[in-house]
Ligand binder design. Structure first.
Ligand code: 13P
Ligand code: SF4
Length: 332
């Protein structure tokens, strides 16, 4: 009989599928392992509430990249999706970076394969390439500067008007940037399956039902939704806007995981998730939600699955990330 080793099994299915004792206090066990192993747990707002509650840092893509760049922990456990953990690895080649489920990809990043993108860039040789952080390391390696939804407009405004720019991979964020800045960008035709699902028709219905509510939307949403928004911004921007606003009711058009922190920040305010066109749970990101607290515990315990990167790709993808960091020091 051939024995399958743990790393082989992880490579096969993308996570550790060892059963977790249901009597175990996972919060206590994860805290203990973090201390013993000098590990830090970074979590995105789209993670399930239990993971957000045990994280050392919760944030948007920019905030988490900054935390990853600054940490002196030996192990980074990234509760998010693959491109986020990969960015942490690009910034920390000597640290172990773990992702609870390696299958946690990103539908938007998947719309932009590196070989097709390389050809696209070659067809626009005089263009500067600005890529949204939701892309693979191979696409980052083809880019001049990376951005996130927090700093995209700020970075674009620093690039001289005379410089033609390719923006990839999110067409909705790209078109929003065109409307914000009046720039004529060449936009890659990518989209996120979660943000394209919000229904303008149902949103209008909700606005009629809650006329006093403000609409907060992520720029990955389609223009039909964004045109009804009182605020458009990143997950951390949406969170901050709601906390500072005098309004009491908000309709939120982004992955509903963000509502957990918004309700904790302002328990007296009402947050309503924007409805998708169908009656399904489509406003939960199926990739983000592959991570569970049990997989998180196993990943910390066995130090698997680990993000691995070819050094030449890492070096080339580091440059545009560092450029983003340098160009956005004033952005919070
Ligand atoms: P933020 O950087 O705004 O958190 O967005 C990440 C993301 O994946 C949105 O879908
Ligand atoms: Fe990717 Fe969309 Fe999920 Fe964000 S919500 S991680 S863009 S699939």
């Amino acid at each position: 009989m051939t024995t399958v080793t743990l790393p082989q099994r992880v490579a096969e299915i993308g996570f550790i599928d060892q059963p977790v004792d249901p009597r175990l206090d996972l919060f206590e066990a994860i805290e203990r392992l973090k201390g013993e192993k000098n590990a830090v747990l970074l979590a995105h707002y789209y993670q399930e509430p239990a993971i957000q509650d045990i994280a050392d840092f919760i944030g948007d893509s920019l905030g988490l990249s900054r935390q990853a760049a600054a940490t002196d922990a030996e192990i980074i456990v990234f509760a998010g999706v693959h491109f986020m953990a990969e960015t942490a690895k690009i910034l920390n080649p000597d640290k172990k970076v773990l992702l609870p489920d390696l299958n946690a990809g990103c539908s938007l990043a998947d719309t932009c394969p590196a070989d097709a993108f390389s050809e696209f860039c070659a067809n626009h040789p005089d263009h500067l390439v600005m890529s949204y952080i939701n892309c693979s390391a191979a696409v980052k390696a083809l880019s001049d500067v990376i951005c996130t939804s927090t700093n995209a407009e700020y970075l674009l405004r620093q690039i001289p008007e005379s410089q033609p720019v390719i923006f990839a991979p999110d067409r909705n964020l790209g078109r929003w940037l065109i409307r914000q800045t009046g720039r004529d960008l060449v936009v890659w035709d990518g989209v996120c399956i979660v943000h394209e699902t919000f229904s303008e028709r149902k949103l209008i219905g909700l606005k009629v039902e809650y006329p006093e509510a403000l609409v907060l939307a992520h720029p990955e949403c389609e223009e039909a939704v964004l045109r009804h928004a009182d605020y458009v911004g990143s997950t951390s921007g949406i969170r901050k806007f709601a906390a500072r606003s005098e309004a009491r009711t908000f309709i939120v058009a982004t992955e509903e995981g963000i509502l957990h922190q918004m309700r904790k920040d302002c328990p007296e305010k009402t947050f309503i998730p924007a409805p998708p066109e169908s009656g399904c749970n489509c406003s939960q990101c199926p990739h983000m939600r592959l991570n569970t607290i049990e997989k998180l515990y196993n990943c910390l315990r066995y130090e698997q699955p680990e993000i691995m990167l070819e050094e030449s790709v890492r070096e080339r993808s580091l440059r545009p990330i560092l450029r983003m960091m340098e160009m956005s020091t004033g952005v919070s």
